[in-house]
Each structure stands twice: as structure tokens, then as C-alpha cells.
Design a protein around this ligand. Structure first.
Ligand code: AHM
Ligand code: MG
Length: 344
């Protein structure tokens, strides 16, 4: 696969990187590049607001509840609106979908439409904002498959392997944008003094063997026996493997990002209270799975590759085991014993 190469010392803005990647595809129309620029712009606007969250009167909840029945934080609403406004008029999208909105977000009348759909979680982990813990934006881009000018539900409900781009932004000690278009995974750090995302992590590869285990084990009593066994294996209590170190922020982007760079696994299994898990397939699990696979890792719901799941609903949830390949393989092998263990 042709790749863009840069020396460690060259300063490469995200714009330049996107243009150079586009040149590797003679048939590219520039539309996907335009989507990525617009997302980078929205990310800068959100980063600016998140950075000042502790100062402004923006903290606290609005009165409305989002589709998941959770309380929306004001920054969620700001992030959602910022992305919609940055993306709706570019002529590249035919529709959008967001964790914060129940149905498809249409492109308003009067604007041109394009061949792509954007699905996103505008501010994941927003319950962490009040305590200054990193939050993130996650996005996924798929091509339209229906004929009309506007995107339809069928366009949104495509398996993750059909994504043409996916990425996330982490608003942490620095702001980073990490994305893939299927040519590897590249990370850019925002230099606030010049307002540019600069290439800082080209060609990210996740180590095959993990260092970290990220799971909320307060749900242990709600897990089935194979899931409990799997966690004992990760902790080195069974199966003789070296124990993983436990790290759980409770902010998916932050947990995923650490494990992508350092190696490890993030697990959000099904439990008795949240059968089918908590995380959303289309705009959380799927884009991160595309990135993880592109970096040499893997992602599964415990039975099936996340990218092969045929979605049936926009806000569908899915159990998630994502990270270093060997750690995900262990999850699949161990959870395959479900019927034996459950019947025993
Ligand atoms: P959100 O989309 O409402 O912010 O919820 C998703 C978040 C993830 O960032 C995180 O991994 C997970 O919820 C944590 O859930 P829990 O508190 O059950 O461990
Ligand atoms: Mg979310």
C-alpha cells in the first residue's frame, strides 16, 4: 500500500498530510479530504471550549435528555451543534447521525449534498467534564448506497468494514486528532499557539501484546462466568499469563488512546443490567475498530468481528473488546466457551 513518508523533523500540518494522502489516489475527488478538514476545524472549536470549561458558566446540565436517556451536559450540545454547522454546508455529505439526536440529521434545503454520510459522538465521556478528565469526539464516514439526493437509514446502517474514514479527537493534556482512511493510522497534535494540528504520531502501530486492561470491574457481579474467567486471565490469576496493569478512565477515547499507544485491551462486556453492552456500534465501536485494525490490533463483540456486524438500529449498543491482537484473541477464545461454562 502506498504511504506518505515524512522525516521526523519535518513540520507537517494536517491539511498538507491530507492533500498528500489524496494524491496517492488519482481518482480521489477531494470530497473526503474536505470532510476531514471540516472535522479538524470543528475539533479546534470544541477544544477551545473544552479548555475553558472550568471557567465559563457552561458547566451543568441542560433540561433535555438525549436519546440514550442520559442527562446531556451543555458541552455535549455545543459540540453537537458545532459539528453539524461545520459539516452541513460543504456539499460533501448527504446526511449525518449523532449520539445526541434520535434520527438522521438531514442536510438543510438550499445546501448541496454529496456522497458521504457522517456518524459521530460529539463529546464522549462527557460525565467526566466536571472533574477535568479527558473527553473525546469520535467519527465515522461511509459512502452513500441509496440513490436519492439525501441519505437514508439504509446508508447509515452499513457494517463497519465499509467505512472510508474514521477518527477521534482527544481533548486531554493536549488535543490530538487521530484518523485513518485505510492507509494506516496517523495522529496530529494541536499546537494552540498557531491553531494547527501537526503530525506527531505517523503510522501508529499497537503492540501485539498489551500492557493495560481497561474495564469497569464494578460490574463483575453482573458478568457471566466466561467473562469473569477472561478477566482473571488478564489479571494473571488463571492461565499463567503475565498480568495486565489495570487502567480505567471511564472515558472511552482516553482509555482507547492509551491502549493504542501502549498496548492493551479495553473491554465493555455485556452484563445483566446492560445486556448487549453500553457502547454504541455505529459511532463508537465501529470507528475505533477500524482504527485499531489499521494499527494492527483487533476488535470483537466476543463472537464476531465488530467491523462485520450488520447494524439494525442507529443507536444500537454492542459489547466491545478492542485493542492488542493477542488480548482480543484471548477474549474470543475464552468467551467461545460460554455454552460449556454456562451449562456446567
Ligand atoms: P457517553 O457516550 O454517554 O459519554 O458514555 C460512554 C462512556 C464511555 O466514554 C466510557 O467508556 C463508558 O461510558 C463508561 O461507562 P461506565 O461508567 O459504565 O464504566
Ligand atoms: Mg458516547
Amino acid at each position: 500500500m502506498p504511504v506518505v513518508q515524512h522525516t521526523a523533523t519535518s513540520v507537517v500540518t494536517i491539511e498538507r498530510f491530507i492533500i498528500e494522502e489524496e494524491r496517492l489516489h488519482p481518482t480521489a475527488t477531494g470530497e473526503l479530504s474536505g470532510i476531514l478538514y471540516d472535522i479538524a476545524l470543528a475539533a479546534k472549536m470544541i477544544a477551545n471550549k473544552v479548555r475553558r470549561a472550568g471557567l465559563a458558566d457552561i458547566l451543568g446540565s441542560t433540561d433535555s435528555s438525549n436519546i440514550q436517556g442520559e442527562i446531556q451536559q451543555k458541552l455535549d450540545v455545543f459540540a453537537n451543534d458545532t459539528i453539524v454547522k461545520a459539516m452541513d454546508h460543504g456539499g460533501r455529505l448527504c446526511a449525518m447521525a449523532s449520539e445526541e439526536e434520535p434520527g438522521i440529521i438531514p442536510i438543510p434545503d438550499g445546501f448541496r449534498t454529496g456522497k458521504y454520510c457522517l456518524l459521530f459522538d460529539p463529546l464522549d465521556g462527557s460525565s467526566n467534564i466536571d472533574v477535568n478528565v479527558p473527553v473525546g469526539t469520535i467519527f465515522s464516514v461511509v459512502q452513500k448506497i441509496t440513490r436519492g439526493r439525501h441519505g437514508e437509514m439504509e446508508d447509515m446502517l452499513q457494517p463497519g468494514r465499509r467505512q472510508v474514514a474514521a477518527g477521534y479527537v482527544i481533548y486531554g493534556s493536549s488535543t490530538m486528532l487521530v484518523y485513518t482512511t485505510g492507509q494506516g493510522v496517523h495522529g496530529f497534535t494541536l499546537d494552540p499557539s498557531i491553531g494547527e494540528f501537526l503530525l506527531s504520531h505517523p503510522h501508529i502501530r499497537i503492540p501485539d501484546d498489551g500492557r493495560y486492561l481497561s474495564v469497569n470491574d464494578s460490574y463483575e457481579a453482573q458478568w457471566d462466568e466466561p467473562t469473569k474467567l477472561l478477566m482473571r486471565k488478564y489479571r494473571g490469576l488463571e492461565g499463567g499469563r503475565k498480568p495486565l496493569s489495570v487502567r480505567y478512565v471511564g472515558s472511552l477515547v482516553a482509555d482507547f488512546h492509551r491502549n493504542l499507544l501502549g498496548g492493551g485491551i479495553f473491554c465493555y462486556p455485556s452484563n445483566k443490567r446492560a445486556t448487549g453492552g453500553k457502547l454504541r456500534l455505529l459511532y463508537e465501536a465501529s470507528p475505533l475498530s477500524f482504527i485499531c485494525e489499521q494499527a494492527g490490533g483487533a476488535a470483537s463483540n466476543g463472537v464476531e468481528r465488530i467491523l462485520d456486524i450488520q447494524p439494525s438500529e442507529l443507536h444500537q449498543r454492542v459489547p466491545l473488546f478492542i485493542g492488542s491482537k493477542r488480548d482480543v484473541d484471548l477474549a474470543v477464545q475464552t468467551l467461545a466457551q460460554r455454552s460449556e461454562l454456562v451449562e456446567a
